[in-house]
Design a protein around this ligand. Structure first.
Ligand SMILES: Cc1cc2nc3c(=O)[nH]c(=O)nc-3n(C[C@H](O)[C@H](O)[C@H](O)COP(=O)(O)O)c2cc1C
Length: 324
């Protein structure tokens, strides 16, 4: 399948693996890229720019296909060494960066000067238009269904994607709630040029996370996610567990007076415990409603091949058949 996204990134299939904290290691990115999609290493999971440089080099030994790096701009008092991470990306020869979390304008000139294509992840049409105006090459339009941070507008993809298509000139992919061939065809019908998946890629053989995480996603239904940190305007969609229910109770009890420090036990430093050790109740971790559509743990190649075959069958048989 050829779309503006496969052309832009030089990939076979219009499928991207979004940056994921403590999931987006070299193994994940290489498996997706080798399967013909775009695999993405998550920069901030590497504690220093030197470690990111090593992770990129490690990924290069596993694939000769294009890979990307996710740079997430977090609200923080002492920001990470972004110039250092960008230097590691440039010197590592990475030509695709997925930015997220905040306006990447400050970093675009250096990325563009080095021939890097930038896809910015946005949860609204206005942010997508801003990304286009500042010179991003593409956007990943992340609907309310998504795992992770859906923003504060709560617009699901059935509305958000066609709205993006009405306004944007640069290509965009659908992100949030995407799982299979049906998702891809629907995304294309709504105006996207491909799709970005997070949660679905965690439940794959190559995802470098504890087996408990994969089983938790397979066991979960579409009713099992919760929105946390809404009172802090830092909303995150996570899989429910006792820690998440405790956190929600604190939000209810403390109301508008709640501070980030009040929920530290449920959110700070929990990713390694969950993703590496499989301690599933250690705290809140991002997961999409799409868990309800995930019933197996295939390899990335099996997953992507099935998505492409199913998408083709839906288009050629079901949709064309409806016109006959
Ligand atoms: C466990 C997990 C961690 C994530 N971490 C990040 C991150 O560090 N930076 C980022 O930009 N997006 C992050 N995301 C969001 C994904 O890149 C992607 O946009 C989202 O998962 C899409 O929704 P889906 O899960 O319904 O496919 C994360 C998602 C998950 C599930």
């Amino acid at each position: 399948m050829k779309t503006r996204i496969t052309e832009l990134f030089g990939i076979k299939h219009p499928i991207i693996q979004g940056g994921m904290h403590y999931v987006g290691f070299a193994e994940m990115a290489a498996a997706v890229s080798n399967a013909g999609g775009l695999g993405v290493i998550t920069a901030l999971t590497q504690r220093t720019p030197e470690l990111l440089a090593a992770e990129i080099a490690r990924c290069r030994t596993m694939t000769d296909k294009p890979i990307g790096v996710n740079l997430t701009f977090l609200p923080s008092v002492t920001p990470p060494d972004y110039p250092g991470y960008i230097k590691a990306i440039i010197e590592g020869g990475v030509k695709i960066v997925e930015t997220a979390g905040n306006n990447p304008a400050k970093w675009l000139p250096i990325l563009k000067e080095n021939g890097i294509k930038v896809i910015h992840k946005c949860t609204s049409v206005r942010h997508s238009l801003k990304a286009e105006a500042i010179g991003c090459d593409a956007v990943s339009v992340d609907g309310f269904e998504c795992g992770g941070h859906p923003g504060e507008d709560d617009v699901p993809n059935f509305i958000l994607l066609p709205r993006a298509a009405e306004e944007l000139k640069i290509p965009f992919v659908a992100s949030g709630g995407m799982a299979d061939g049906r998702s891809l065809v629907a995304a294309l019908a709504l105006g996207a040029e491909g799709m970005n998946m997070g949660t679905r890629f965690i439940a794959t053989k190559e995802a470098p996370v504890h087996e408990n995480v994969k089983q938790a996603i397979v066991a979960a239904s579409e009713l099992d996610t919760r929105l946390v940190m809404r009172p802090l305007r830092n909303t995150e969609r996570v899989l429910t567990n006792p820690a998440v229910e405790r956190l929600l109770l604190k939000e209810k009890d403390l109301g508008a007076a709640i501070k980030f420090e009040d929920i530290l036990p449920e959110v700070a430093g929990v990713y390694p415990k969950i993703m590496k050790d499989g301690a599933m109740d250690a705290g809140a971790w991002s997961c999409g409603m799409v868990a309800g559509l995930i019933h197996d743990i295939p390899t990335c190649k099996e997953l992507i091949d099935t998505i492409m075959a199913d998408a083709e069958a839906i288009i050629r048989k079901r949709l064309v058949g409806l016109l006959a």
